[in-house]
Design a protein around this ligand. Structure first.
Ligand code: LMR
Length: 320
């Protein structure tokens, strides 16, 4: 049986990390695309040369030609510009929207059957634009956000409780921005919801509130430390988890920026929600029930995403 083909659009820090993870996990043959000449070729060769020591096989191609992504099963899009200290993700909207246009057209022409995972910021608006520019089915185009935000939440909770990250589950909903909604009620340590853990005296509401805020600021915390760009290990790992769920039909329940029409009272918007990912792409959006406070936070986040989508339409008239 032919190995799956994984096209990585953008060969920067995240693209290179994605390629290396896909190689180590032997998810398939990797094509690393970038407009910068030499970068994808150099990274692809470097990764191939790490194969003998790590013990993986596969084909690794670096390219500047969209034709080389032909027939890809999965495309992961990181093309565009990351933010620097002092910037918000939304500041990248104008510049990255132009990039999404050429990427969307490239995917539509050469890999129209792919499952497309977008990582470029501002995430929810960029995945919407990428879907519009590519014309692919909504269930095959998704944004990587909730998996990353939830992973950060899980990490901080594991530090607070002094337990393995494997025993911490957490959900972050809403847009991948300052208004994201870490859901304490649906997050658990060893299956016990966070509010119950507070009641049991294992932590305090103040400590959990600080963790929730740190989760919201998680991307900015890394940007502030790196100074020259944004996070890449955790974003790449999160996207690979989604790609693997699709390629192996794992039916994973993962929070992603998915197209929501009907669930959570939404009428057609890309925003972070719990989904089921399997061989058909986004196979289900879970219509999670929110209490009054959670709903108010989610509504605020939805409004922020809607504002960014409108801004995209204002910049590119073909989207209006
Ligand atoms: C992240 O959350 O790490 C990414 O969205 C990058 C960023 O700019 O924060």
């Amino acid at each position: 049986m032919a190995r799956p083909k994984i096209a990585l659009i953008g060969a920067g820090q995240i693209g290179g990390t994605l390629a290396h993870l896909a190689a180590i996990k032997e998810l398939g043959d990797v094509v690393l695309f970038d407009i910068a000449e030499g970068t994808p070729q150099g990274k692809a060769l470097d990764i191939a040369e790490s194969g003998p020591a790590e013990g993986f096989d596969g084909s690794f191609k670096g390219t500047n030609d969209y034709a080389d992504i032909a027939g890809a099963d999965v495309c992961i899009v990181t093309a565009g510009v990351p933010r620097k200290p002092g910037m918000s993700r939304d500041d990248l909207l104008g510049i990255n929207l132009k990039v999404m246009k050429s990427v969307g057209e490239g995917i539509a022409t050469h890999a129209p059957d792919a499952f497309v995972i977008c990582i470029t910021n501002p995430l929810d608006a960029m995945v919407w634009a990428l879907r519009e520019f590519s014309g692919l089915p909504h269930e095959k185009v998704v944004g990587m956000a909730g998996v990353l935000d939830s992973a950060r939440f899980r990490h901080f909770l594991s530090l607070e409780f002094g337990v393995s990250m494997r025993d911490v589950n957490a959900f972050v909903l809403g847009g991948h921005g300052d208004t994201m909604v870490p859901l304490a009620r649906y997050s658990t340590v060893g299956g016990i919801p966070l509010p119950d853990l507070v009641e049991m005296g294992w932590s305090t509401q103040e400590k959990l509130d600080a963790i929730i805020q740190r989760t919201r600021d998680g991307g900015a915390e890394i940007v502030g430390l790196l100074k020259t760009g944004s996070a890449f290990y955790a974003p790449a790992t999160s996207a690979i988890e989604m790609a693997e769920a699709y390629l192996k039909d794992q039916k994973r329940v993962l929070p992603c920026a998915a197209y929501v029409k009907g669930a959570l009272g939404l009428d057609g918007l890309y925003v972070g929600v719990p989904t089921v990912i399997g061989a058909r792409g986004i196979e289900k959006v879970i219509d999670i029930k929110l209490n009054k406070d959670e709903q108010a936070m989610f509504d605020k986040s939805v409004d922020a995403v809607k504002g960014l989508v409108e801004a995209c339409k204002g910049i590119d008239s073909s989207l209006a």
